[in-house]
Design a protein around this ligand. Sequence first.
Ligand code: GZL
Length: 308
Amino acid sequence: LKGESALTKSDSDQKVNLTLGFAQVGNESEFRSANTKSIIAAAEKEGIDLIFENAENNQEKQIAIIKGFIDKGVDVIAFSPIVEYGWEEVLQEAKDAGIPVILSDREIEVEDPSLWTSFIGSDFVEEGRRAARWLVNNMRTSKEKINIIELEGTKGSAPALGRKEGFNEILRDNPNLQVLESLSGDFTFKKGKEMMKNALLRYGKDVDAVYAHNDDMAIGAIEAIEEFGLKPGNDIKVISIDATKKALYALSSEKLNFSVECNPLLGPQLMKAAMDLKQGKNIPMKVITSEETFTQEEANKEIKRRSY
Ligand code: GZL
């Protein structure tokens, strides 16, 4: 779906008369691919006419897509905002056009909360706390300072801001853990690997652990650590968030040490919210998905039941 727009015609026995415009953030990670598949499959299942557009990690493009939905007069708009800020104007246009907006996966910061109707996604701050707690409880070294490299997600995005906040909250109570450097890997494998290579050139064996805001950057860091001549998961502990299948395989091969789940399968909840809105029902302002965490031991069992 990269860069294309997909118009999925509903099946013949259309159950609801509903057109949903969805502006996807991009195609940057395994999480995103699973998220996209979930949304499209859920629209098909419910007989909802989905207009799916991909903003390719560009806010101007995402705004233009949303404006296009307003011009088309869709019933409901949903999107996964690439960053938290800069949405007032386009969401005011949607509100003036009487089109409700659902935030999928990522939140925004706006003065006027009436500019969006509902948020369906995760508690990123808690995800960051869970990652930090594992390090606090599992980094057994004699060193008085445990040195961490943080690989951050897209600058200004809700998951990157939340995961950093939660991680730092726990570190404030554990001063023996310190972030040597925080680098932006933009949630991608390529940038994550590149940033980790730079960090290893600067700090080498002084690095004790890597905290990656998502699996794709963690897998990149794992490759960079191997190419540097060290053993990921052993010489340098690696922890990540999302817990996609790639992370579960890295856990079972002991190159990754811990992964915090961030559930991408939001399609069914999103379609239910859109249908409820169309039928004039009130919907909850926030729906936080329940999530788990995975150690190396738990990975093998989980892999068997995972579709993504
Ligand atoms: C989190 C989501 C993040 C994932 C990344 O809900 O927005 O964006 O953690 C994805 O993998 O790129």
